[in-house]
Design a protein around this ligand. Structure first.
Ligand code: GCO
Ligand code: MG
Length: 409
């Protein structure tokens, strides 16, 4: 008798104040369940509906071992596919099925994928500040703690700058082009960012690996300018320098600079990677596992990339749950073309809700080698951290130019 899917449900929790969605797939075998990350923090309630109203009834009674078939059948069952809401719902189930397969086989997921290619995953962490000095001092502390890769972000004075405390103020009043709240001027930022990296190299030396996330905030010509201005500082990569709507510009970027390019956390459809990878216009894929539909599609994209010399840099922000981080880690260990892993520190509350959070040591994330994804959820603890009140249920407010026009986030 195969073990079958009995119930698929969602657990909503925010131990660090960030809205997470965890999918729990319960099976016909009492006590046997799998966990997956379905966190789309700007639209979590929509994902919960997609899981409970559609995937739960659609997959009831299915054999838990048919991971690929379940992924394909569930993906096709909406006819229209590959949007962020449905992909996150699908990812929750897909990761949970890999977790279950590992538990059944008594093997960690990285073993199911062919076994370890490395013992741990080197990570990059974030340094930020209101001033260049603050950011560089923060990066220096992280280097002292053993982190060899650090992302640097600095606030433009008085502007909502991505990656710093100044970003995304939640306004009580309604924002509009004639009443903007979050100001951002791309040219001011493009003048400041190279000064940050100049100071960082002077203060921190040559050995530390430096990264930067543009977060798609620049028009094409300014992106080119910034990439060229950053060249002397030898970045490990420049991330999301263009929005997904302008991917053709990557060709131009490639022709004019030798800066390593990372892109992809905003892609939903796994096919979006193909033209960029096959033309070798990227150096690192920044896939957000739950946004592309889970571990199954991410593993396939990573395998494709291997043949083109493109390395992995799975997205690992605070809105990837610890379950998602463990899925990232399984791929980090199993992919020969691993590049780097983004890490957000998991605080005490998060560790209480998710027993089995990965250990961070020597600038690396270490597996616990437990069967499946190696992580659990304490539902009583999760219930102690409900979603925080928010005027738009987690949706992001607008970022605007001085004239009120919208800037990409
Ligand atoms: C990164 C990011 C994130 C995103 C976030 C959106 O870490 O590279 O760009 O911080 O902004 O995941 O919800
Ligand atoms: Mg990013």
């Amino acid at each position: 008798m195969p073990v079958t899917i009995e119930k698929i449900r969602c657990i909503q929790t925010a131990p660090a104040g960030i809205r997470l969605v965890i999918v729990k797939v319960e099976t016909s075998e009492p006590g046997l369940y799998g966990l997956g990350c379905a966190t789309f923090t700007q639209r979590p309630l929509a994902v919960v509906e997609a899981v409970t109203q559609y995937l739960d009834p659609f997959l009831h009674g299915r054999d838990i071992h048919q991971v690929t078939d379940i992924y394909q059948a569930a993906n096709m069952s909406s006819y229209w596919r590959n949007g962020p809401v449905l992909n996150n719902a699908l990812s929750g189930v897909d990761m949970a099925l890999w977790d279950l397969k590992g538990k059944q086989a008594n093997m960690p997921v990285h073993d199911l994928l062919g076994g370890k290619c490395r013992m741990a995953a080197p990570v990059y962490v974030h340094a930020s500040g209101n001033t260049i000095e603050e950011t560089c001092d923060h990066a220096g502390e992280l280097w002292q703690q053993g982190f060899r890769h650090v992302r640097l972000q600095v606030a433009v004075d008085g502007q909502a700058t991505y990656g710093t405390k100044s970003d995304l103020q939640v306004a009580a009043e309604i924002d509009s082009p004639t009443n903007p709240h979050n100001l951002f001027e791309p040219a001011d930022y493009v003048r400041l960012a190279p000064q940050l990296f100049e100071q960082a190299r002077t203060q921190l030396g040559d050995e530390i690996e430096l990264l930067h996330d543009v977060h798609e905030r620049l028009p094409g010509p300014l992106t080119l300018q910034l990439a060229k201005d950053l060249e002397p500082y030898r970045l490990f990569f420049l991330e999301d320098s263009l929005p997904p709507e302008e991917i053709d510009h990557f060709r131009l970027l490639r022709q004019h600079t030798h800066i390593p390019i990372a892109m992809g956390e905003l892609f939903n459809n796994p096919n979006e990677f193909v033209p960029l990878v096959k033309e070798r216009l990227l150096d690192f894929i920044r896939i957000h596992l739950s946004q592309v539909g889970g571990l199954t599609p991410a593993w396939r994209i990573a395998n494709l990339c291997e043949f083109f010399g493109v390395r992995t840099a799975w997205h690992g922000p605070g809105d990837t749950s610890p379950v998602g981080h463990m899925a990232n880690l399984a791929l980090d260990l199993a992919c020969p073309n691993f590049g780097i892993q983004e890490l957000m520190f998991m605080d005490e509350n998060t560790q209480a809700v998710f027993p089995g959070c990965p250990e961070i040591r020597d600038g690396q994330m270490w597996p616990n080698d437990q069967p499946g994804l190696g992580i659990d959820i304490d539902e009583e603890a999760a219930a102690r951290f409900p979603y925080p009140d928010h005027p738009y249920q987690g949706a992001w407010p607008a970022i605007r130019r001085r004239d009120g026009g919208i800037v990409k986030p």
